[in-house]
Design a protein around this ligand. Sequence first.
Ligand SMILES: [Zn+2]
Length: 257
Amino acid sequence: MVDIREWAKAFPKTVKLYLSDPYLRWAKAKVLGIVRERGPKFYVVLNESIFHPRGGGQPSDVGFIKLGESVLEVRKVLDVGGVLAHYSRLVEGEEVGVGDVVSCELDWGLRYTVMKLHTAGHILDYAVQAVYGRAVDTLGAFHGLPNPYVEYVAEPPTQGMLREIEEVANRVVQEGRPVRFLTVPKEELPKAVFNAPNLARIPEANEYRVVVIEGVNGIPCTGTHVRNTKEVGRVSVTDVVRKGKYFRLHYTVENTQ
Ligand SMILES: [Zn+2]
């Protein structure tokens, strides 16, 4: 077994292509490191990557790394201090080597669903705040299949409130609001962030990425989102589970796989 934390320290931070263009399904990249974990399974470090790692409320992207006859199936991606380690299984051909320029391909259907779910999560944050009439903090969130959810620190909503939450959310979806991201220095964060949960516990950094749904909210976030709320299709709340001081709101979007 490889000590992936130690091994990853040798590499520069991976350029995260999904931050600047979440619609990138395919890209070339250079192999900076590859190590066998066991059998046909390897960790691969690239200079830049279209694969979003597991974390920040998102599941890991999956897909393929290819070179000629060689095919590595990317099963999960870990962010090890800014270095992305692609845990992959060699399914065809020979293993690739350091310095090789490989083709990376996302499982786009799955990623696009996650982009819709993640954007819907931001819209639900807004809808919950609107219906409760105050800022409602979030705890965990998972914007992935099979069971996406967001956790809110509040008493669970009544049936009537739930219907309203769905209505407010779907109004935002139908309005087709642009979704943008800004990179802002620490001093400008208060101007860029609005209607956001957890304002008291934004981690310290010199620079922030803020995802702005026009007229809805601006939330510090490093995930992948759609560029217009219309792409979400339709948001449905599927279940609400009380968890002591908070509740878990399960939801889905139209056209999930
Ligand atoms: Zn986000």
